[in-house]
Design a protein. Structure first.
Length: 457
């Protein structure tokens, strides 16, 4: 479909965090925008208030007339939508142009300079940091993010005059293969989504293929020590980065008094006294990658320093809900064993002398089946583990796969308990810890306000 003929865009799965950014983009372009989602949320209500026509019943009769004109309507859906979805079937049988969200993002990387961030974990924070640095610099950028930026209260930044677009490159369902990055970061390649890929080798191959899609004249910024071997073209520069080594790295790291400062080393210069706006140690790595993208595209030292200092974070990524002398509570989206390990280590670095507990809600039956031993190993870094039932998301139950697989493999002697979600508030009210983290990508976040209130009182 010629982008110039699109007058209406209908989204099936409109309330997804990534999809909602595209709704906002097409509304800004003056298109009719609407769609379906299973349940109303704060996000869908905001989209409706902004002009999107969203409904919550899977019924083709409820689709407004403007989205039934085949020649001018683009239909966008998420991989989580089942094949027997009635509205999706209606559009398929009608011969409409139907594409995944990733195809639309790929279109944007052909009309803009795409600055993409891929990786098993760290991509939402890194892409949001990069977008903030660039947006407040003289360069500016558009952005499609996988989380709500606290600086902007949205997951979408519109900058019509900028040639740049920052995109979170999602490997789920091989979505990132639709992109044609001008530059890309790869943060990590720890195997995940084995329900899609089947094997670690297939997962790593998917990232290798992604590196072949970088445009000539562009660049790859890859974390040191990754198992995946890139396969870039001859006109693509490759840079390495990490906390302690690589073409981009940190030196003179100072952690204390609630702040983190370091000097940012680039291939040609050093920018002193970078202060992290969200001072957790994992953000040193994330920040180096984000600054590398900004630096390679012309952001000045002062702009980089100011952008990092004023970065406020992303909802659900190291999100502090309560911070007093006696009690700290934060939530984190971490849902992969390596993410959880990094999250716990970052908290331990900040609160070395405190008793640290976590409520963990595993995300997906397949991920729990594939990584329950690794989850147990990461969670065993805590003083206390509170395990909830698995959040199924798009999946059906798998016989024998429950949170007890993780529970039974925690280190001997650790303080541990298994609970239902409706027991969360009663459990945290005992307050047998100094620091509490809620971990997971499911609906555990819905309990955060009540948890904070309980711990405060």
């Amino acid at each position: 479909m010629d982008p110039n003929t699109i007058k209406s865009v209908y989204f099936i799965g409109a309330g997804g965090i990534g999809m909602s950014a595209l709704l906002r983009y097409f509304m800004a372009q003056g298109c009719n925008v609407g769609g379906y989602d299973k349940t109303p949320t704060d996000l869908t209500k905001k989209l409706e208030a902004e002009g999107a026509q969203i409904h919550y019943t899977d019924n083709p009769d409820d689709i407004p007339t403007c989205f039934k004109q085949k020649e001018t309507t683009l239909v966008v859906y998420t991989p989580a939508i089942p094949d027997d979805h009635r509205e999706l079937t209606y559009y398929r049988q009608g011969g409409f142009e139907i594409q995944k969200r990733a195809w639309v993002l790929g279109l944007l990387t052909r009309t803009h300079k795409g600055l993409c961030v891929a990786g098993t974990h760290g991509k939402t924070t890194t892409s949001t940091m990069a977008a903030h640095i660039l947006h407040q610099s003289h360069i500016d950028c558009n952005a499609f993010l996988g989380g709500i930026s606290k600086n902007y209260g949205t997951n979408y930044i519109l900058a019509p005059q900028s040639d740049y677009v920052v995109i979170e490159a999602d490997e789920f369902d091989r979505s990132f293969h639709h992109l044609r990055p001008y530059m890309t970061v790869i943060t990590a390649t720890d195997p995940d989504h084995l329900d899609i890929y089947g094997t670690k080798e297939a997962y790593l191959e998917s990232f290798r293929h992604y590196t072949t899609l970088i445009q000539p004249g562009g660049a790859l910024i890859i974390h040191t020590g990754l198992e995946m071997k890139p396969d870039t073209g001859p006109d693509v520069k490759t840079y390495t980065y990490s906390r302690n080594e690589g073409d981009f790295h940190a030196k003179n790291i100072r952690i204390g008094g609630g702040t983190i400062l370091f000097d940012f080393v680039t291939p040609t210069t050093t920018i002193p006294d970078i202060e992290l706006g969200v001072p957790v140690s994992i953000n040193i790595d994330n920040g180096i990658a984000a600054m590398a993208l900004a630096w390679l595209n012309g952001a000045t030292a002062d702009e980089i320093r100011q952008g990092m200092k004023t970065y406020s974070g992303v909802d659900r990524r190291f999100d502090f809900h309560l911070k007093t002398d006696h009690m700290v509570y934060l939530s984190d989206y971490a849902h992969h064993p390596n993410e959880i390990e990094q999250s716990i280590k970052s908290v331990r670095e900040l609160y070395a002398d405190k008793r640290i507990a976590a409520i963990f809600q595993p995300h997906l039956y397949t991920r729990t089946r594939d990584f329950y031993r690794e989850f147990a190993q990461s969670l065993s870094l805590l003083d206390k583990v509170i395990l909830c039932d698995i959040y199924p998301a798009r999946e059906k139950p798998i016989p024998g796969v429950t949170s007890k697989l993780i529970y039974d493999n925690l280190r001997p002697g650790i303080d541990k308990v298994m609970i239902r979600k409706d027991e969360i508030i009663d459990t945290v009210s005992k307050k047998d810890f100094d620091v509490l983290i809620s971990l997971g990508a499911g609906d555990i976040e819905d309990y955060a306000p009540q948890i904070a209130k309980t711990l405060q009182t």
